[in-house]
Structure formats: structure tokens, C-alpha cells
Design a protein around this ligand. Structure first.
Ligand code: NAD
Length: 302
């Protein structure tokens, strides 16, 4: 069997087009567009490239976007005051602080200062609690798990009653996706197991999975014989395993590998996500969706 590929690059295009259309309609009817601000402290090259991509995507879908770049020397108090300013700004629906922050700033304090109703990353404790309660309480699911769930749904994979096994228990992927899949409701209703570094028999758990979600950060951790024939395999891992020269640009680029032995796994699984081009493109896409949702909550449209 050769698995159906679930391509994040294609699903991203569909969702961004849907968002663009909805933004146009809201603008016509209500005279407003979603506003997203990205706060960047310092000049970390990786952070600059993430922020640039977020702002470019926000621009593409018709949002008001602000890139607020601050010096690496900004004090914690000044950064908190800046967040307070955007919390009070009616034209802003989403506030993002790009991590990591310089050592003299308490990251937790800064993230917790964001108004939970503008926390489109979904990491504020209030939003973590809302996600745990589920149903109508949920406002902003964290973007990577939100993207994973959306991929499973759009691929047409049945989740109700499915055995879902999540490898990894991080706060940004493993725990939230497990919590989302176990909830009552569409795209969920699954029986969920979380496995991690202290799990006794990882293989035995993976073999039971109708949907296997792997977010460990260990290249080729999941062996083909751990996959149930026909299962849906979502590989979240992004591991740099070397460098190569890009055919397009002639520049050196990283060779990326997932947490699943893709070539062998695709012969056994029913559905599988590639790395790169699988879960990766979904994160920023769902950030845009959360920002649109934030405006819709404010306008009473959700
Ligand atoms: P993390 O390091 O915070 O957590 C990894 C988890 O995997 C831990 O809970 C650990 O217990 C578990 N784990 C590690 N090795 C294991 C092993 N041998 N057996 C069983 N469990 C093991 O990582 P994270 O932030 O959750 O990210 C996981 C991977 O997903 C990374 O490769 C990361 O780059 C990638 N990621 C991708 C995206 C995206 O594509 N948008 C977003 C977030 C993370």
C-alpha cells in the first residue's frame, strides 16, 4: 500500500484563500479587518525570518499588520507597557511576542501580560484552561495542534472512536493535541494515549494507533513496524540532519527529517504527512485563522 500524502502546503493555500474571502466580507459589512501585531525584540536571524513570514502572510490575507521591532536593550517594564498599549488598541485583535526574549526579560511574565482575548498563539494560561474545558469555551487552540487537527479533518480521516496515540508531552504540541482529540465534538471524540520518554513499551502503543501523532524531535524514532496498516501518521518532527546546496538558490540549506521513517512508513500507513511540507506550513496558517476568529468573537459573529 502507498499512503495518501496529507500536504500542508496545499491545505495552507485552501485555508488562506478562505480567510482572504472572509476578511473581504467582514470589511464590506462591518468596515474593519483583523489586526495583528508582532513584537520582535533584538535581531536574532531566525526570529526575524519567522516574523517576516508571519507579517507577509497577514498582509496576503488582507489583515492590518504591524511589525513592532524593539532594541535588544528594551527593559522588561517598557516591553510590558508596549503590550498594555496593544491590549488597549481596538484595531488590534492578535498580539504575538516572538520568542526567545533576551535573558534580562521574564518570558512568562511577558506572555501572561497579553490580553487572553488577543492571545492568538493560545499559550496564555486562560486559553490553556479554555482548551481543557473544550466546546464553546475554546477561543484560540495553539497553532501547531490546531493545524494538525485541521489536516486530519480535511483529509477525511474518522476521529470519532479512533485510537489516537500522541508521542511527546510538550506544552506546545503533545499535551494540547491530546487534549483536543479527546474532547466531545467534531474532529475529536477519540480515545487518546500520550507516550513519552518514560513510557515502557513505545512500540506496543504506536501499533494500536489509528491516528499516530509524533512530536518527539528524534529523527526516525518511529519504525515502520510500529505502524498499524492503514493508519493516519502525522509527523510533527523537524530535525536538521545535515546540509545541502539548494538547486533553486545555490545556497546551503538544512536537510530536514521527521520523527518517522517516511520512505518505509508510507508503504504501510493509509495517510501520512511529509517533512518538510506537512505540518510545518500549517502553524502560521492557523495563526491567521486565530486572528480572524479574534475579530469575529469581538463582532459577535462567533
Ligand atoms: P519538546 O522537546 O518540547 O518535546 C518532545 C517530547 O517528546 C517530550 O515530551 C519527550 O518526552 C518526548 N520524547 C523525546 N524523545 C522521545 C523518545 N525517544 N521516546 C518517547 N518520547 C520522546 O519538543 P516539541 O516542541 O513538542 O517539538 C517536537 C518536534 O516537533 C520537534 O522536532 C520540533 O521541531 C517539531 N515542531 C514542529 C512544528 C511545526 O512544524 N510547525 C511546531 C512545533 C514543533
Amino acid at each position: 500500500m502507498t499512503a495518501t500524502l496529507i500536504k500542508g502546503t496545499e491545505i495552507r493555500e485552501q485555508i488562506l484563500e478562505e480567510i482572504t474571502e472572509e476578511v473581504k466580507q467582514i470589511k464590506e459589512k462591518h468596515g474593519v479587518v483583523p489586526g495583528l501585531v508582532t513584537i520582535l525584540v533584538g535581531e536574532n536571524p531566525a526570529s526575524i525570518s519567522y516574523v517576516t513570514l508571519k507579517i507577509k502572510t497577514a498582509h496576503r490575507v488582507g489583515f492590518k499588520e504591524i511589525q513592532d521591532s524593539q532594541s535588544v536593550d528594551i527593559s522588561e517594564a517598557d516591553l510590558l507597557a508596549l503590550i498594555d498599549k496593544y491590549n488597549k488598541d481596538d484595531s488590534i485583535n492578535g498580539i504575538l511576542v516572538q520568542l526567545p526574549l533576551p535573558k534580562h526579560i521574564d518570558e512568562k511574565k511577558v506572555l501572561n501580560a497579553i490580553d487572553p482575548d488577543k492571545d492568538v498563539d493560545g499559550f496564555h494560561p486562560v486559553n490553556v484552561g479554555r482548551l481543557m474545558i473544550g466546546g464553546k469555551e475554546v477561543k484560540f487552540p495553539p497553532c501547531t495542534p490546531f493545524g494538525i487537527q485541521e489536516m486530519i479533518v480535511r483529509a477525511g480521516v474518522e476521529t470519532s472512536g479512533a485510537e489516537v496515540v500522541v508521542v511527546g508531552r510538550s506544552n506546545i504540541v503533545g499535551k494540547p493535541i491530546a487534549n483536543m482529540m479527546v474532547q466531545k465534538g467534531p474532529g475529536a471524540n477519540a480515545t487518546v494515549t500520550i507516550v513519552h520518554t518514560r513510557t515502557k513499551d513505545l512500540a506496543a502503543h504506536c501499533k494500536r494507533a489509528d491516528i499516530l501523532i509524533v512530536a518527539a524531535g528524534v529523527p526516525d524514532l518511529v519504525k515502520p513496524e510500529w505502524i498499524k496498516p492503514g493508519a493516519c501518521v502525522i509527523d510533527v518532527g523537524v530535525n536538521r540532519v545535515g546540509e545541502k546546496v539548494s538547486e533553486k538558490t545555490g545556497k546551503k540549506v538544512a536537510i530536514l527529517k521527521g520523527d518517522v521513517d517516511f520512505d518505509a512508513a508510507k508503504e504501510i500507513a493509509g495517510y501520512i504527512t511529509p517533512v518538510p511540507g506537512g505540518v510545518g506550513p500549517m502553524t502560521i496558517t492557523m495563526l491567521m485563522l486565530n486572528t480572524l476568529k479574534s475579530l469575529k468573537f469581538k463582532l459577535g459573529l462567533m
